[in-house]
Design a protein around this ligand. Structure first.
Ligand code: BGC
Length: 783
């Protein structure tokens, strides 16, 4: 090859890997370095060169409520406005593309990253993700859907293979991504670390090319999750365009492979073209000038609005909202030092932070305060703190008790180990409610907790406030005094106990495999079909005031399936909502489909929703569109989406367990139900059933020996002499990270669970493939 040709090839190979942690190499005609950063609910623009694992040192930006709270708003418009705000802040901080939203399905309440995800339902996740993406991209900033796909746990996330049947994959785990890709045209999609049905996501051609591009029409850039790239040429050919962060190791290997293999060379050119197109989209972008004071103030108000709109009123004996005349006791350390976001890559250096006590102070509301518990030592019982809190509770007319999960419980990189609130807080809730029945509990957590106490020692009211972002304190105060309605509806079920969940015995699996034996029976799909009922069902939320719903009808009673699933709406559900209370109320009208065709399916599945604001006495006409897609099911045998003929019941609900109206529609059509009648998609009872559902024998997890580049530290540590060869790798990576508080958990889990491949590429060139492969030879010879 000529020198010129060689230089060109070199620069093209370099173009498909990041220059550092956050930048691409110069791309496009103008040589733009595309700057990316997290994230989903705020911009984490790292201070400094951005070539470190540091998770904490970032420019100030607005910390919006995390995805659990945003999704509970069920409000497309609000998500759009939050997206727009994120896009504006990204541009002000010199960021071209945000690495969010995260939109994996909440398969189990203990997934450590649930706070970053929207819902257990793909229609809700996909629709809200699309709104957020459209909002972000309307400002000229790009958005990234992540983590594609079936990344529903933090344990073993770098090594686990998700084994699931094709119908469940399509209808539950991919459908949200499909909706968001089709509706919002995101600039990027990020592949996950895990494998799906035997192939690591970064090298999964079926996912990254056949489905994402060829079926859904995605035309943006596929980026790796950070250090998730498998063998580089294989990944490139499968459809992974950009490796982040870049690594000399993979770049060197890719250069050799490209010279040898025409298919790799072709894939390289394709990826470079896509990256150049991305660079052209961003080339008008600006410098990091910081976010101006007006924007910070405006976005703080938006964050407060979103936090209240996403807060879910779970119980209320009429105590809420309160007036300001009576004496008020405030209990709980989180009322003073709020729990408002999760740990890990989404962590924001909040531009502002308002606790409930700050918000009360701004309103001049006198109150007594007791911390009640020690959030940093959740398991230690503190008699003095408990007694202080009880004294406050006794002395005040109304008590606000702010409880929640300790910060360390909810982090990227680790799953939660317990469903319960810390014992300290359970004791506190019991003691306080028993001396003061006018106790209102606000919960601050990113994912459901065991709420047995809601029936054994019921407080006057419970508000699930989630992780409300920097202005969560304002939201709680506004909800308390009725200046804002906690108008959220649960985007996830709150089960009575984990053992009620079909997925529970199979979560999180083991280091090399997680089996999805529950099929599509996740969340309300299971509660509504085979029970037991959830403590608080999907879609549930009381809000303030009251409404009556009437005049239901459908735009059609026959559905003629369109040849294409997308772009048609059929039928529309009409209803009237009359505000019968004395105050404004936001209502959420949910439409479910109960399939009565010859199709195995859950009792009901969400098919559409609309939120509407009503003033006292007002009657509002509501329309809920149901997409033709909702009538389709995926047939693995026919290898396509099908719409068999028969009866489907359209149901209107206040939540997934409270259906207020239903009507039948006849689906006309000639699709065969072949491949969609197997009831085992609702849960396979035994090995044989799961194998039948998979259509193949259950794969054995990859054996730990022989060790390969994909072996994890935890696997290798099982070998006796591993201690002699591993420290160098670990030191190299650790030296790139600073002192981290909560982020340590992420780093520690990475050190344990990273495959050698990722560790080597994250070592910044300090460890070569030669060292890794030589170490492997030695390790494999040893017992
Ligand atoms: C996370 C991604 C994140 C990336 C960059 C990864 O560990 O899984 O969600 O965008 O780091 O911070």
């Amino acid at each position: 090859m000529s020198t010129e040709g060689r230089r060109t090839l070199d620069s093209r190979v370099r173009a498909v890997a990041g220059e550092n942690f956050w930048n691409t190499m110069p791309l496009g005609p103008d040589g733009v370095r595309v700057v990316m950063t997290d994230g989903p609910h705020g911009v984490r623009r790292q201070v400094g060169g951005g070539d470190a694992l540091d998770l904490e040192d970032a420019y100030p930006a607005t910390c919006f409520p995390t995805a659990s709270a945003l999704s509970s708003t069920w409000d497309r418009d609000l998500l759009g406005r939050v997206g727009e705000a994120l896009g504006v802040e990204a541009a002000a901080l010199g960021v071209h593309v945000l690495l969010g939203p995260g939109m994996n399905i909440k398969r189990h309440p203990l997934c450590g990253r649930n706070f970053e995800y929207f819902s257990e339902d793909p229609l809700l996740s996909g629709t809200l993700a699309a709104s957020l993406v459209r909002g972000i991209q309307s400002t000229g900033t790009g958005a990234t859907l992540k983590h594609f796909a079936v990344n529903n746990q933090e344990s073993f996330r770098y090594s686990v293979d998700a084994v699931l049947d094709e119908r469940t994959l399509r209808e539950l785990y991919l459908r949200g991504f499909e909706i968001a890709v089709r509706e919002s045209e995101p600039w990027m999609v990020m592949c996950s670390y895990n494998s799906v049905n035997g192939t690591t996501a970064s090298c999964n051609r079926t996912l990254l090319t056949s489905i994402l591009r060829e079926e859904w029409g995605f035309d943006g850039v596929v980026v790796s999750d950070w250090a998730a790239t498998g063998p580089r040429a294989e990944a490139l050919k499968a459809g992974l365009d950009l490796e982040m962060p870049g690594s000399e190791l993979n770049t060197g290997e890719l250069l050799r492979d490209t010279e040898r293999d025409a298919v790799t060379a072709f894939a390289l050119d394709r990826a470079v073209t896509r990256l150049d197109t991305l660079a052209e989209k961003v080339s008008t972008h600006v410098e990091n000038t910081g976010i101006d004071a007006n924007t910070i103030a405006k976005h703080d108000a938006l964050a407060a609005e979103a936090a209240a709109a996403g807060a879910v009123l779970l119980t209320n004996d009429g105590t809420l909202p309160i007036d300001t005349s009576g004496s008020l006791g405030v209990i709980g350390e989180f009322a003073e030092s709020p729990r408002y976001q999760g740990a890990g890559s989404s962590r924001i250096n909040s531009a502002r932070l308002t606790s409930l006590r700050d918000a009360l102070g701004e309103r001049d509301i006198a109150h007594l305060f007791a911390p009640g518990y020690d959030a940093a030592r959740p398991d230690a019982r503190d008699e003095r703190k408990l007694a202080e809190a009880v004294a406050v509770a006794r002395g005040c007319e109304t008590v606000v008790l702010v409880a929640g999960l300790p910060a360390a419980a909810e982090s990227e990189g680790v799953d939660r180990t317990s469903f319960a609130l810390p014992q300290q807080q359970l004791d506190l809730i019991e003691a306080v409610t028993s001396v003061n029945p006018r106790t209102i509990v606000f919960l601050c957590n990113g994912s459901p907790v065991d709420m047995g106490w809601a029936s054994t020692t019921p407080p006057a009211a419970i508000v699930e406030a989630y992780l409300g972002g920097q202005a969560g304190g304002y939201a709680i105060a506004n909800i308390l005094f009725g200046d804002a309605e906690p108008s959220g509806r649960l985007a996830e079920s709150v089960p009575e106990r984990l053992s009620d969940l079909l997925a529970d015995p199979w979560f999180p699996g083991s280091i090399r495999q997680v089996q999805h034996r529950e099929g599509v029976s996740v969340g309300y799909r299971h509660h509504a079909t085979a029970g037991p009922a959830a403590r608080f069902p999907f879609g549930y939320g009381l809000g303030y005031g009251s409404t009556e719903w009437s005049d239901f009808s459908l735009s059609a009673t026959t559905v003629t399936p369109a040849d294409v699933r997308w772009g048609t709406t059929t039928p529309t559900v009409y209803a009237k909502v009359r505000n019968t209370g004395g105050r404004p109320r936001r209502e959420c009208i949910q439409v479910y489909l109960a399939d009565a065709r010859e199709v195995a399916s859950p009792a009901r599945v969400l098919a559409g929703f609309t939120s509407v604001d009503t003033a006292p006495g007002e009657e509002v006409s509501v329309e809920v569109e149901v997409s033709a897609d909702a009538f389709h099911v995926y047939s693995p045998r026919q290898e396509r989406w099908v719409c068999p003929p028969g009866e489907v019941i359209v149901q209107v609900g206040r939540n997934s367990a409270d259906i207020v109206w239903e009507s039948r529609v006849d689906v006309a059509g000639s699709d065969s139900p072949e491949g969609v009648t197997d009831e085992r998609v609702l849960g396979a009872a035994d090995d044989a059933g799961f194998a039948a559902l998979l259509g193949r024998s259950i794969p054995s997890p990859r054996p730990a020996r022989p060790f390969t580049r994909d072996s994890t530290i935890a696997e290798i540590q099982m070998s006796k002499l591993a201690g002699l060869v591993l420290p160098r790798l670990l030191r190299a990576v650790a030296s790139r990270a600073g002192e981290k508080g909560e982020s340590n958990q992420l780093l520690e889990s990475a050190m344990r669970e990273f495959p050698l491949r990722s560790l080597a590429s994250a070592s910044g060139g300090k460890v070569s493939w030669k060292i890794v492969d030589a170490a492997l030879v030695v390790l494999n010879r040893l017992p």
